[in-house]
Design a protein around this ligand. Structure first.
Ligand code: MN
Length: 232
């Protein structure tokens, strides 16, 4: 066999709540502008034609509870609290009535964003990668199996910065529902176990400084936590 020149990292894995097992994450999809109040605070209209997405590489994943350095290249790191859907079975070109059986479970996540870089890219019609897909930018809680969560309804989604509430909404405020998102994405990608989808953030995004402590949750799921260390 041809010799591999250096060790490549394994895919990261997050624990499943109440089990001695972990779910390996292969791909991270993120939905843009999926709450009307957040689109408004970003100064943009919601596109009612179709949802849109960006991706983060799996190695950007951070376990909840970590302390990470304040990332390089930004003066304006933002928190985005999100409800995360975790795929448990293949999905391809599936109708929205057929997708929920493929959901393994749910988690809470933080889509950390270098807002200054994202907005500069947006202004110039350039890709968002530098604003979104940077090292340690996707924080993920342990996963709760779908049957342990039940129906997606009006569950509260919230986030605190240093103990004061910054984001507070309901999953019923999602513009594109989880079945709509999964069906739509499955027409562009072969979804399979290992794929996780951050479903977008409600209003109240804002900056976090070195030393800032983030804590967020969704009713019925494990909480997500992140502490920002000093810049490297
Ligand atoms: Mn987001």
């Amino acid at each position: 066999m041809t010799k591999r020149l250096f060790e490549s990292p394994e895919f990261p894995a997050v624990p499943v709540v109440g089990e001695d097992s972990a779910y390996p994450v292969h791909r991270i999809f993120c939905v843009g502008r999926n709450y009307a109040d957040h689109a408004k605070e970003m100064g943009v209209e919601v596109d009612r034609e179709a949802p849109f997405y960006f991706l983060k590489h799996a190695q950007a994943l951070v376990q909840s509870g970590a302390t990470v350095p304040y990332p390089p290249g930004t003066q304006n790191l933002h928190h985005e609290m999100e409800f995360v859907v975790v795929i448990g079975a293949p999905l391809f070109k599936a109708g929205k009535d057929a997708v929920m059986d493929a959901v393994f479970g749910y988690a809470t996540g933080l889509d950390m964003t270098r807002r200054d870089l994202q907005l500069k890219a947006r202004e110039k019609g350039r890709p968002w990668d530098f604003g979104k897909d940077f090292e340690q930018s996707a924080v993920l809680s342990p996963i709760t199996r779908a049957e342990g969560f039940g129906k997606i309804d009006g569950q509260r989604i919230w986030m605190e910065l240093d103990g004061s509430i910054r984001q507070d909404a309901k999953l019923s405020d999602l513009i594109w529902s989880v079945p709509e998102i999964l069906s739509d994405l499955s027409h562009y990608y072969h979804l399979h176990p290992g794929d996780v989808i951050y479903t977008g953030t409600p209003a109240g995004v804002g900056p976090v400084e070195p030393g800032g402590r983030l804590r967020g949750g969704v009713d019925g799921l494990a909480e997500v936590e992140l502490t920002l260390g000093p810049a490297e």
